[in-house]
Design a protein around this ligand. Structure first.
Ligand code: CA
Length: 227
């Protein structure tokens, strides 16, 4: 069955370009011009991913995403027009998986969609190798990380950050180093977002093994994964 994408975008020209690219790649799609119609569609039917414009006339894309998260974990890619919005998305207070900045190439967007769907789909157990008996198994082609055999549902940034930490156990990474590894264009104002992601990562690891806390905080230095 083809994967279904919901597009919530009030500018028909942009929506048409996205739809064209999706159709070329055999995705099924539905398009809503308004946020509330998008929410209703998400409550009514199944979608594999949502492409969500931040600037909608009736409800802000961030508020929509927050409301969506009360009943669904469907992956979300934001379409954003302003740099100021990127900080909030990258901060991921809203639980987005990725974003693209307008103007964007629809083909690039579809490539991001594919990468997120690959990460979200279940992979074969035992994929990849478990480095040095670590509890973490990093499935790079599938862009997923398993913790004690349980695949973690990670956002793009959580995945990248945990991968950096787990690949070099016991090495302490400062927040700046983590930002440089994870974000293409790091900005010191985003330093606190590292803490935010560490917090959500810890919660996800705790959900698998409540008694384990493999991420160590080094006061004033940064973070590492226990060896
Ligand atoms: Ca708009």
């Amino acid at each position: 069955m083809n994967q279904r994408i919901l597009i919530v975008e009030d500018e028909p020209a942009i929506a048409d370009a996205v739809i064209y690219a999706l159709r070329t790649e055999n995705f099924e799609w539905e398009h809503k011009l308004l946020g509330h119609a998008g929410l209703s569609a998400l409550k009514a039917g199944h979608f594999d991913l949502v492409v969500l414009d931040v600037g909608l006339p009736d409800i802000n894309g961030f508020d929509l995403c927050r409301e969506l998260r009360t009943f669904s974990q469907v992956p979300v890619i934001f379409l954003t027009a302003r740099d100021g919005e990127i900080d909030r998305i990258v901060g991921l207070e809203i639980g987005a998986d990725d974003y693209v900045t307008k103007p964007f190439s629809p083909r690039e967007l579809v490539a991001r969609i594919r990468s997120i769907l690959r990460r979200a789909s279940p992979t074969e157990p035992g994929v990849g190798s478990n480095p040095a008996g670590m509890p973490f198994l990093i499935d790079v082609p599938g862009q997923r990380i398993h913790f004690y055999g349980v695949p973690l549902e990670l956002t793009r940034y959580e995945y990248l950050m945990l991968k950096v930490l787990a690949e070099e156990p016991a090495r302490v990474f400062s927040r700046i180093q983590l930002m440089q590894r994870v974000w293409a264009a790091p900005d010191h104002s985003l330093e606190r977002t590292v803490d935010t992601h560490i917090k959500t990562l810890r919660a996800k690891l705790r959900a698998v093994r409540p008694e384990k806390d493999p991420i160590r905080t080094h006061r004033g230095l940064g973070y590492s994964i226990e060896r």
